[in-house]
Design a binder for this molecule. Structure first.
Ligand code: SAM
Length: 195
């Protein structure tokens, strides 16, 4: 099946802190490994870890480098394989340029968040667009208290939040859970067990 490709970004800047201020968060080991596995499983073309901090590039680059070594592919081939989709970039714009270089067209940006007041894209619609459009979509996830307005203001699409089923409306998932749930909703039914 010919499909528009799906790319995913985990943003560490610009991010909101508890008080709504603009901050930069740190990359976590769990987010590197778990989200890479989800991306690899659901056919995401590339998982961008977005951080402007050079120390984080050194640290995360060392982790990715370690798992890209040949001996790691022997020790834990699944992890080695999963991390092949992960790429460090300094900004969302840098990731967009990378996607454009790969696809020949700029991606459509889609933001995620638990609290959007007026989301303008439903999962079912994005799933359909991915199946019929020949355009890459770049799905952005937040860290800290979520994506900052300076980024949200530049993103045309806000995906409907995951509402769950709690009686009081609580829906604050870890970013790793949110990624896995969205990817299942967007990619389910596209492949099955190998025959
Ligand atoms: N430190 C936190 C953690 O444990 O992952 C990071 C929280 S960060 C605000 C969570 C991100 O996951 C959000 O920015 C959003 O991208 C996504 N997310 C979490 N819950 C969500 C929901 N109910 N609907 C949509 N996206 C959600």
């Amino acid at each position: 099946m010919l499909m528009g490709k799906l790319y995913l970004g985990l943003v560490h800047h610009p991010i909101r802190n508890k008080n709504g201020e603009l901050v930069t968060t740190s990359v976590t080991n769990l987010d590197i490994h778990d989200i890479s596995r989800s991306c690899r499983t659901f056919g995401v073309a590339r998982y961008f870890l977005v951080t402007p901090l050079e120390e984080q590039h050194t640290l995360v680059g060392r982790i990715l480098g370690h798992w890209q070594e040949d001996k790691s592919s022997v020790y834990n081939p699944d992890r080695h394989d999963a991390l092949s989709v992960a790429q460090l970039v300094h900004t969302v714009e840098q990731a967009c340029s990378s996607i454009e270089a790969l696809e020949g067209v700029r991606p459509e940006l889609v933001a995620t968040g638990a609290n959007f007041a007026a989301p303008n894209l439903k999962c079912a619609e994005l799933k359909e667009r991915l199946e019929v459009d020949n355009v890459p979509y770049f799905l952005l996830f937040g860290t800290g208290w979520g994506l900052h307005a300076t980024l949200l203001d530049q993103v045309p699409w806000q995906l409907e939040p995951l509402y769950g089923a709690s009686a009081d409306g609580y829906n604050h998932l870890s970013v790793r859970s949110a990624v896995a749930i969205y990817l299942d909703r967007l990619r389910s039914g596209l492949s099955g067990p190998l025959k």
